[in-house]
Design a protein around this ligand. Structure first.
Ligand SMILES: Cc1cc2nc3c(=O)[nH]c(=O)nc-3n(C[C@H](O)[C@H](O)[C@H](O)COP(=O)(O)OP(=O)(O)OC[C@H]3O[C@@H](n4cnc5c(N)ncnc54)[C@H](O)[C@@H]3O)c2cc1C
Length: 577
């Protein structure tokens, strides 16, 4: 018997999952599944804000051009236009739902204070102090909790997607739902989405040793989609934030760019400034250049961090201008009015992910991907700051509109005859799906294997597949990740699953996808920089596509040909059961 059947199954409760749930609850029942507290996720931690054209001094065309420029030739222009032009409407909707953006006197023509961020040619970033993400997340959760059609499942972690492959149907497969571990009950439950299953599981910063991302960002959605056979693209484009606080207890605290904007100087351990060797704008060079410069100095010296020094601005100025950073650093014993701040660059945002069309559908029928988990074509090879929250809102709306206007939903519209023979098209009933079978798995008595491999994956990604790559480093990473994958794979099938094991398996899969994608791209573009291929090459103006082999799905047209010479990457993960 299927345990939980709903019209729409949503995995993840960040800006994407929550706004989807609010909207889809108008069309049917929704199960909202989240692996920790509902608020936890990158959305909660977003500081800067959300980009939208809100001032008469700005224009859609400017926002579009800024986004395309950042994307270094890989954005889909139609998607950029759609998202930018829909931005103000989605922001107004968020305000109608109760979101209080900071109002300001700074922009005479706009009711809201609009921030200026790197790469934006106009002020267009709406924010709520420097707590924007947290305000958005709370607003959306409150709104979702007022919708009667939504069932909430926190502390439930999705393990794997369920497709018609489980029912021995021939490919192409249709997604039916997911196996989900109820963390409190320590039991895997079967969740099925009658009309659609949504991945809204966010990014994958935890693949790297240093990250600004919260613990939940372990790339689960990307890994699950890959195992199910979905097309994954552009995984080599990982955005690094140049300055994250380096302290063993401060997992992911960002030291805002504004600190450099106000005169903060980057220094080596001995106090020597180094940015003038890299860019005429020194500390105010573009983010990628600052991150690369720091990375280069760390690789040369072997030191674990560099310093950011703002002491010369005086205690009063520092405390007034950066109260949050001052207080947070003080919590870790660093008085930034007297001490230099130890900083490292940190993985911040994944531009790649599960490839979707212009409304969020993936290459697997019945499976959609919204938010950071997706690769929609908006960001191309580099994300323009503050475009990601906007992407989550816009795509949630586009998915809703598609399902609303199609009315019947995906299941009954399947062009996939094989799937239709398995699925009941007369009614909205789903076939019986085999329950999760733990097989001969037993309780692990060697947790150390998980922590050892967890650290190894993240360390090797940091050292070999970080901000600056080379063929040799990528080769090394590939060989090691293959070995780790083998070990994790054996461990996974021998022992009962736990959240840690699920996440380890997923970061290893995502790591392998990043390595493979980086090896395929024989040029440097946007966020991908390879010392052995330092130039931008016109023939590489195309997406990097990966898919489990053998591919049960046709590749989408118009997104550039699949690069040849795909390293064998798929088919190694047997389905659960
Ligand atoms: C420190 C920081 C600052 C940022 N600042 C900005 C900014 O100013 N502007 C901007 O536009 N962007 C910013 N970003 C990026 C932006 O916050 C994210 O891209 C965006 O919030 C992603 O939203 P999401 O809904 O896709 O994912 P998230 O908000 O990360 O939510 C993912 C959800 O999925 C759940 N989940 C994950 N795996 C599973 C699983 N297996 N089973 C069940 N649930 C699962 C998580 O628990 C979580 O609820 C920032 C990111 C960080 C980390």
């Amino acid at each position: 018997m299927n345990e939980i059947e709903t019209d729409f199954l949503i995995l993840g409760s960040g800006i994407a999952g929550l706004s989807l749930a609010i909207k889809l609850s108008k069309l049917g029942t929704v199960a909202l599944v989240s692996k920790r507290e509902f608020l936890e996720g990158s959305t909660l931690h977003a500081q800067g804000g959300i980009a939208a054209v809100m001032s008469p001094e700005d224009s859609f065309e400017r926002h579009i051009q800024d986004t395309l420029k950042a994307g270094a030739g890989l954005c889909r222009e139609d998607i950029v236009r759609d998202v930018v032009e829909e931005g103000p409407t989605r922001v107004k909707e968020l305000i109608d739902w109760g979101m209080a953006f900071t109002k300001g006197a700074r922009d005479e023509d706009s009711a809201y204070e609009l921030g200026l961020e790197g790469g934006h040619s106009r002020r267009r970033v709406l924010h709520a102090g420097d707590y924007t993400g947290s305000e958005i997340a709370k607003t959306l959760l409150k709104k979702a909790q007022s919708c009667s059609n939504i069932q909430f499942f926190d502390y439930h972690i999705a393990v794997d997607l369920i497709t018609t492959e489980e029912l021995d149907a021939p490919p192409p497969f249709t997604c039916l739902g997911a196996y989900v571990l109820d963390i409190r009950a320590e039991k895997v439950r079967t969740f099925l989405g009658r009309r659609a299953t949504f991945l809204a599981t966010g990014g994958a910063g935890k693949v790297y040793l240093y990250t600004t991302n919260p613990d939940v960002s372990s790339g689960d959605g990307i890994a699950m989609a890959y195992r199910a056979g979905a097309i994954i693209s552009n995984m080599e484009f990982v955005q690094f934030h140049p300055t994250c606080l380096y302290h063993p207890d401060a997992k992911s605290f960002l030291i805002s760019e504004a600190l450099r904007g106000e005169g903060g100087i980057l220094k080596l351990k001995d106090g020597t400034p180094f940015m003038d060797a890299y860019h005429p704008d020194k500390e105010l060079a573009p983010r990628d250049i600052v991150a690369r410069a720091i990375d280069n100095e760390l690789k040369k010296s072997g030191d674990p961090f560099v310093y950011l020094d703002i002491r010369h601005k005086g205690a009063e100025f520092i405390k007034n201008r950066f109260p949050h950073i001052y207080q947070e650093c003080l919590r870790f014993g660093i008085d930034i009015t007297k001490d230099m701040i130890p900083v490292v660059p940190a993985a911040h945002y994944f531009c790649g992910g599960v490839q979707t069309d212009d409304v969020g559908r993936t290459s697997i029928e019945g499976l959609w991907a919204i938010g950071e988990v997706a690769c929609t074509g908006l960001h191309g090879a580099n994300r323009l700051a503050s475009n990601s929250l906007l992407e989550g809102l816009v795509f949630a709306h586009r998915a809703y509109e598609t399902l609303r206007t199609e009315g019947r939903g995906l299941r009954t519209e399947s062009k996939n005859a094989a799937a239709n023979s398995v699925l009941s098209t007369q009614s909205s009933k789903l076939p019986a799906v085999p329950p999760w079978n733990p097989g001969k798995a037993r309780n692990s008595d060697e947790q150390v294997v998980i922590s050892q491999n967890w650290n190894e994956v993240r360390q090797l990604m940091w050292n070999y597949v970080g901000i600056v790559r080379s063929n040799k480093r990528l080769d090394r990473a590939y060989r090691r990740i293959e070995l780790l994958q083998q070990e994790i794979h054996e461990y996974y099938w021998d022992f009962l699953i736990t959240p840690d094991l699920i996440e380890l398996r997923n970061i290893a899969t995502v790591a392998e996808l990043v390595v493979e994608s980086a090896m395929m791209r024989k040029e440097s573009r946007g966020l991908h920089f390879n010392l052995d291929h330092p130039e931008l090459e016109p023939q590489w103006q195309k997406d990097t596509i990966l898919q489990r082999e053998p591919s049960p799905y046709p590749l989408p047209s118009g997104r550039g040909p699949t690069p040849v010479g795909l390293p064998p990457s798929g088919g190694r993960w047997p389905k659960a059961g």
